[in-house]
Every structure is written in C-alpha cells, then in structure tokens.
Write a new protein. Structure first.
Length: 248
C-alpha cells in the first residue's frame, strides 16, 4: 500500500528572522511547538524533520521526534525534502513548514488526499481579508484556474492587480475578488521530488524567491485547495509575538 509521510524541512539560518526555529515562545523553541502540533493533529502519519544543523535536533530530542541530517547547500525546502525522502522512501510526502505552529488536521488531510489524484504536487491557499495583507510582499499570492483549481502563478506582488483602481484597493474589494494567499504547505508524489531536485533553479524562482515556481516553469501542474483554518506563519519577530498572544 502506498505510504504517506510528513517531512518538515528545517534550516537554522533565516534572513528576516535569524535562527527563528530556535526562538523561544513561552520557554519552548518554535520548532518544538510545530513538532508537538503536528504530532497532536495528525498522529497517524510518520513524521520526520530534515535538518541542516545539529542544533535543530536539540529541541526535538525531548519529544522523541525523528531527525534526518541533510545538506547545508539546498536552494529550497523542497530540495531538502527530496534528499530526506531517499531515506524515508515514502510514496507521497506532506511538507509542513517548520514555522507553521497552527497547522491543522484538516489542512494536512486535504493535502494527503489531493496528492493521490493526478497532479504531482498540491498546496493550499486561503482568501485574503485585508488590503494591507494583500499588499504585503511577505504574503505570497496565488491565482487559480476557476474549474480545475490548478495554480496559474505565484507572486509576492498583488495578483490580480486592479488596473482600473491603479492598484489602490480596500478591504471590501479584496474580499469580493479572487485574492488568495498561498500557504507554505505542500504535498508531493515521490517521483516529482526527484525530478525537482535535478532541475536547475528557475528564472522566475530566482526573481520571486519562490521554489514552487520551479515546478510551474517546467510544466508540472500544482493542485491548490482552499482552507479557512487560521494560521500564523512565523516569518518575523512580530509574527512570533502574534503566536505568543494566540497561546494566551
């Protein structure tokens, strides 16, 4: 029977928030919060952490979480997962980001189901609610094909761009139009992981700094389901503060 595993790519260094996975929230490293969350909401899946530094293993050891040491030189989390899955050997892999402490069971199960269909890669999006978030380059946008729910493009720029309004949109406009925020949660068929790892970095991928564009640039489809589950991706110290406030 085909196997599905969760592999979390973990990189010690981070440009916007140095060593954020070791940042302590209420006395516990962010990475530990993420590990415990995944184990709680989706205990039926084998869970692995693909790390690039032994210091990341320390907050995981107390919970008995499995770690796999991977290269320092990977260009993206997907490249790191491809290396890790050569050891895990799962037929399908769900990628939960190491900075997503509120990932939900519904999100994981949606991805695990979606990747068993015809698209070799799947991901999630959620509707934008505010113009401020829609205009934030740290919140990635995705535009979707209406019938198939396949991703057409990902960008840090506001997409779709409201030409008649010169891009000056308000919250009401954002809520009434197909404005979707991409969530950094993925699932892959094992064959795609190996193909991905052998592809050169894409031109669009390097411009936007979005690894999923390497997939689209090379002609592979990405399925994209929608979710309304709340999430806090911790990209900055401000995000970590929001997560701590949520815990209270």
């Amino acid at each position: 029977m085909p196997t599905t595993a969760i592999i979390v790519p973990c990189r010690l260094e981070s440009t916007r928030f140095p060593r954020k996975l070791l940042h302590r929230v209420k006395g516990k490293a962010l990475l530990q919060w993420v590990a415990e969350r995944i184990a709680t909401v989706a205990p039926e899946f084998p869970l692995y952490f693909a790390i690039d530094d032994d210091r990341l293993a320390e907050p995981l050891a107390a919970g008995g979480f499995k770690t796999l040491r991977t290269s320092l030189n990977h260009a993206s989390g997907t490249d790191r997962i491809a290396e890790a899955n050569r050891v895990v050997k799962a037929d399908f892999v769900v990628n939960v980001q190491a900075d997503e402490p509120l990932v939900s069971r519904s999100q994981i199960l949606t991805l695990a189901d979606a990747i068993r269909a015809d698209a070799p890669m799947a991901t999630l999006a959620t509707p934008f609610r505010t113009a401020a978030d829609f205009g934030n380059p740290n919140q990635v946008k995705v535009v979707l094909a209406r019938a198939s729910r396949r991703a057409l493009f990902f960008s840090r720029s506001p997409l779709p761009f409201a030409r008649d309004l010169a891009g000056r949109v308000d919250d009401a406009w954002v809520r009434s139009h197909p404005c979707y925020r991409h969530l950094g949660l993925y699932a892959y068929q094992a064959d795609l992981l190996e193909k991905f790892a052998k592809l050169p970095l894409g031109q669009l991928e390097q411009i936007e700094r979005l690894e999923q564009l390497r997939v689209l640039e090379n002609g592979f489809p990405i399925a994209c389901d929608l979710t309304d589950d709340p999430t806090i991706g911790v990209d900055t110290l401000e995000d970590a503060t929001k997560f701590e406030a949520w815990l209270k």
